[in-house]
Design a protein around this ligand. Structure first.
Ligand SMILES: Nc1ncnc2c1ncn2[C@@H]1O[C@H](COP(=O)(O)OP(=O)(O)O)[C@@H](O)[C@H]1O
Ligand SMILES: [Mg+2]
Length: 235
């Protein structure tokens, strides 16, 4: 596979052969591929024609690198995430380990009681990331996979290696919001379990500090405005 410049746009040789994506998101397509004999996921950040092509190129480049970098940092901390096999920021491509597992979202749907333990483990993992300054940026229950009783984090495109306390609070807020919008009846128990894990790795005083910020964000409804501003600045 090779990335090639072609009049300002980038083509990835062999991409046509990938066929239909397994998943088509707003930002990325996900293909299941074979990589050096292993089942793998190829995540392609697709060009957006409504953006100026140079800006688009830079944005895809940045998010691709960002995702690979923060996944590697997470793995180094012992937080489960897909192993990275290949990165091509020019083409906006990451090839990574295929985690053959349901998402936390699906587990809450099917076995809400079992989900508590995974919510606790997720809290532990996020506590470790935050303690080192890493925020995830899109912490929803769909971006958490559960395999052999272990939680794996995916989708690090909006993660930050040097996050502010507020960005960390946004992680917790997004987790809560994804529960509220999809599984309102389990918010209390799955938040409690998450915070139990979180405070076990981050300590109770930091947990309290972050939760204070979460309350502020939610009270003022400022989160929405902040995200909008952040995206506007980028795009
Ligand atoms: N490493 C992986 N292993 C298994 N499935 C994955 C993996 N990465 C992504 N997926 C699947 O593809 C979907 C979209 O990928 P994701 O990285 O979350 O992109 P998006 O930013 O579009 O949400 C995920 O919700 C998951 O179902
Ligand atoms: Mg996702």
């Amino acid at each position: 596979m090779e990335a090639r410049q072609r009049g300002g746009t980038v083509a990835l040789e062999g991409l046509e052969e990938l066929g239909e994506p397994q998943y088509k998101g707003a930002e990325a397509y996900v293909y299941i591929v074979e990589w050096l004999g292993k089942k793998a996921v190829l995540k392609l950040r697709v060009p957006k024609t409504y953006r100026h092509y140079l800006l688009d190129k830079r944005l895809r480049w940045r998010r691709t690198i960002n995702e690979a970098r923060t996944v590697l940092a997470a793995l180094e901390l012992g937080v489960n995430a897909p192993a990275i096999y290949y990165v091509n920021p020019v083409a906006g491509v990451i090839v990574m380990e295929y985690i053959d597992a349901p998402s936390l979202y699906e587990i809450i749907e099917a076995k809400p009681e079992a989900a508590k333990e995974y919510a606790r483990r997720l809290g532990e993992a996020v506590g470790i990331l935050h303690e080192t300054g890493i925020s995830h940026g899109d912490l929803t229950t769909s971006n958490v996979l559960v395999k052999d009783g272990e939680v794996y984090l995916i989708d690090f495109g909006l993660a930050s290696l040097k996050s502010s306390e507020r960005e960390q609070a946004v992680d917790v807020h997004l987790y809560m919001r994804s529960l509220e919008s999809t599984h309102p009846e389990h918010v209390d128990s799955l938040l409690e379990a998450f915070l139990e894990g979180y405070s076990s790795t981050r300590g109770s005083s930091w947990t309290e500090k972050i939760m204070q910020l979460v309350r502020e964000i939610r009270l003022m409804g400022r989160y929405r405005e902040e995200r909008r501003t952040a995206w506007r600045q980028e795009e």
